[in-house]
Design a protein around this ligand. Structure first.
Ligand code: ATP
Ligand code: MG
Length: 767
């Protein structure tokens, strides 16, 4: 037997070596689905299948890199590098660039990110005089456009779609069809595609150009898709078309982990697969290799509550493992410290490294409190999602110039930098340019480079400034073919005046921005070094594409080793950690308030909970806070129903609160007063106010959640709360004493140190 096949169990091995024909691998978490996909590709290559005839689609770029890496250990780097492997978006962006002429786009088309898309919607709304109407929110509109595209509804079809018209009318946005139509038109004018367009236009390309489709059908003899349960209709169709000839299509997934329906993912794609390929082979993987028996069984006991699941057996032969710890915190801030302390405690007691821990939350907004607690405890961490490096202002500014250098019709990039650094081109001028562009139905660049511009009613001074800008960009455009991506970026940074601007400003922020620019240069150099065949655009187009298609999981920096991971549960898909904290397990947060209103919503939240729990290899800890600030208001929460749904024999409730001694947990003097709140919490736990019985929880969920907004905020200033002071900035309240009206608070300010303040004067704002 080939040695790599020894790393698989019998069921997995079958799924790897039976390479021909359609294959469906639907199996529970941690059962080796991704491993099977990896080995199947390695096996194909070692059987002599050329790597460029294999198309493998993953959910993140990071997953693609890791899978490739493992394959290269088996078949060697040279062959592994030639596999067509990546996310749907990056693979089909690459194909669309090669076939751009067929769909009337430039091969250098820009990819609009969400910010660009919203900005474009904003200008459309302005143009249609809808910008003052509250119902027309760019986010909502973009969501609807996205959903339409993923269902392959172009504007004309959208306008005919009765269900959508009714929904739009109900949401007070009856102008949706026209907005959508204009949006598509504007993107085309700008030579730009948004994320969903990458899939939509691939479908259009394959539909309208059978000869092109035939070419790719022939090329991709083997197609493999990981995380199949989260594909949308548009992705499903692409795959079906491409697999139409050879029918060697292997999809792996877990319906119990489908968590992206809000982005159009359809579990039905699994059912469709069975209909599309009636002679498919079904492979079952039942043994979970990732987690302890306790974790696997606990996760099973929750997901069983979902009615719409494909029945599966999942078992573990690993150790039984520790019970799942449940900890109640007094407040959200308290929760942060409890988790930070617990991590330190576990690290010492069980010799874990920082990288063995992950803190998973339902919403990005929860991350701040954990960041603060970890920082205070000197625990290194890395955080995924949120504002990535490439979304920082200074980086986006340079990227906008780079975008213009390869595609000057990119209106959003142009609007971003036409007056940055300031060159006296004001809003009135830009408005006028936009009006002209609209009137003649052309891009802003077309207007700017039109010989008739001086006669269009601008001051001669303005025309000069506009010409200077046009010349600057034209200069960059002409340099693109002769310069490396690195050199051109350098050129742009200096010629545009950005470097000068940052150097002149001696503020701390400017310093940081310069450092970030340096980091960007490094990234570009690294990218060019890794790409030998950089092609006619010196890799610039590829670089810009890669940057715009980064996913939340891809925001890791090179020095991110041995750190605690902070991420949303959505981003944690497919990953594993020795110890996992699932935090904020409260009604209204997880499950989210919105999801709780429908059975389908609840089932999706439950799947999300299943995903979270099954990330853990050895230990899982669930925490919830009794009170929490949401949108600046103090709210009181009940523990999540999911706690009640876990088979109680796998939980350790009291040990959770007692597993470390508060006297040791809080060592520094400044934190001694925190003990007060902590003791309170401990008392609560030793006299539990809730029982994890389902019945009680059900009753509780029937009563409306207690929620108040208190205008007299002094009563909310308690130890642990984070406040902001006009002069001292942010700090944490460590002690509150005295009687009304002379209540004093001791606050430890991040920058100003410890201060005692009289509340009636201090005007502390709760953050
Ligand atoms: P998820 O549903 O979370 O995506 P998965 O089904 O893709 O999980 P993998 O990530 O492939 O599962 O595997 C889970 C863990 O189990 C990995 O650490 C993997 O290396 C390990 N594993 C899988 N199969 C085996 C095996 N036969 N022997 C040893 N370890 C295995
Ligand atoms: Mg997987």
């Amino acid at each position: 037997m080939k040695s790599y096949l020894e790393h698989l169990n019998e069921a997995q091995r079958k799924a790897v070596v039976e390479t021909e024909g359609p294959a469906l691998i639907i199996a529970g978490a941690g059962s080796g689905k991704t491993r099977v996909l990896t080995y199947r590709i390695a096996h194909l290559i070692s059987q002599g299948v050329p790597p460029w005839s294999i198309l493998a689609l993953t959910f993140t770029n990071k997953a693609a890199r890791e899978i490739k890496e493992r394959i290269s250990h088996i078949v060697g780097q040279e062959l592994a590098a030639k596999i067509w492997m990546g996310t749907f978006h990056s693979i089909f962006a690459r194909i669309l660039r090669m076939e751009a002429e067929h769909i009337n786009f430039p091969g250098t088309f820009t990819i609009y990110d969400t910010t660009d898309a919203k900005s474009l919607i904003n200008s459309i709304l302005k143009n249609m005089k809808l910008n003052k109407e509250k119902a027309y929110k760019p986010g909502t509109i973009l969501g609807r456009i996205s959903s339409a595209k993923n269902d392959l509804l172009v504007p004309a079809a959208y306008a005919q779609d009765a269900k959508r018209s009714m929904a739009d009318a109900a949401a007070n946005i009856p102008m949706m069809p026209e907005i959508y139509e204009r949006y598509v038109r504007e993107c085309r004018k700008a030579g730009a595609m948004d994320f969903d367009d990458l899939l939509l236009y691939t479908n259009i390309l394959f539909r309208d150009h059978p000869e092109v489709l035939a070419n790719y059908q022939e090329r991709f003899r083997y197609i493999l898709v990981d995380e199949y349960q989260d594909t949308n209709f548009s992705q499903y169709l692409i795959i079906r078309k491409l697999a139409g000839k050879h029918k060697n299509i292997c999809v792996v997934g877990d319906d119990a982990q489908s968590i992206y329906s809000f982005r159009g993912a359809r579990i039905e794609n699994i059912l469709n697969f069975r209909n599309d390929y009636p002679d498919y082979k079904l492979f079952k993987l039942e043994q979970n290799y990732r987690s302890t028996q306790t974790i696997v069984n606990a996760a099973n006991s929750v997901i069983e509550k979902n009615t719409g699941q494909i029945r599966k057996k999942v078992f573990s032969q690993n150790d039984e493992g520790a019970k799942i710890t449940v900890i109640q915190a007094h407040s959200d801030v308290d929760e942060g410290f409890i988790v930070a302390n617990h991590i330190n405690e576990m690290r010492l007691r069980h010799r874990y490294q920082f990288q063995d821990f992950a803190i998973l939350y339902r919403t990005n907004a929860q991350s701040r409190i954990f960041e603060e607690a970890l920082r205070k405890k000197n625990i290194p961490y890395k955080i995924y999602g949120g504002l990535s490096f490439y979304q920082r202002k200074e980086i986006k500014d340079i990227l906008a110039y780079l975008r213009l250098a390869v595609n000057p019709h990119d209106n959003e990039a142009l609007k971003r930098v036409i007056n940055y650094p300031a060159r006296g081109i004001g809003k009135t001028t830009l408005d006028k340019l936009e009006a002209l562009a609209n009137h003649y139905n052309v891009s802003l660049w077309n207007v700017l480079t039109n010989p008739g511009l001086p006669q269009a009613g601008f001051h001669s001074g303005t025309v000069k400034k506009l010409n200077a800008f046009t010349n600057l960009i034209s200069g960059f455009i002409s340099q693109v073919p002769n310069m490396s991506a690195f050199d051109i970026t350098n050129e742009i940074a200096s010629q545009s005046g950005i470097l000068k601007e940052l150097h002149q400003d001696k503020s701390h922020e400017s310093q940081t921005r310069l450092e970030n620019l340096e980091e960007l240069f490094n990234a570009i150099r690294e990218f060019s070094d890794n790409k030998e065949e950089s092609g006619e655009n010196n890799g610039l187009v590829d670089f810009l594409q890669e940057v715009s298609l980064l996913t939340d999981q891809d925001t890791e920096k090179p020095d991110d080793i041995n750190k605690v991971t902070l991420m949303t549960i959505h981003s944690a898909k497919g990953l594993e950690f020795k110890t996992v904290y699932i935090v904020g397990i409260e009604e209204g947060l997880f499950p989210s308030a919105m999801a709780s209103t429908s059975e389908a919503g609840l089932e999706e939240e439950r799947r999300l909970f299943y995903v979270a729990l099954t990330r853990a290899q050895e230990r899982a800890t669930l925490t919830f806070a009794r009170s929490r600030y949401k949108f600046g208001e103090l709210t009181f929460a009940r523990p999540s129903r999911f706690l009640g749904e876990i088979d109680q024999s796998y939980l350790d409730i009291s040990a959770g609160a007692n597993s470390f001694d508060p006297a040791n947990a809080f060592s520094s003097v400044s934190e001694r007063s925190e003990r007060k709140s902590f003791n309170l919490k401990r008392n609560n736990v030793s006299k539990p106010q809730f029982r994890f019985s389902e019945e009680k929880l059900k009753k509780q969920s029937a009563s409306p959640s207690f929620h108040f907004s208190d205008h007299d905020s002094s009563s909310q200033i308690q130890p642990g709360v984070i406040v902001e002071h006009q002069r001292f900035g942010r700090g944490k309240v460590i002690q509150v004493e005295g009687e009304e009206p002379n209540i004093k608070a001791t606050v430890d300010f991040t920058n100003a140190g410890k201060k005692q303040l009289l509340l009636k004067f201090a005007k502390l704002k709760i953050i």
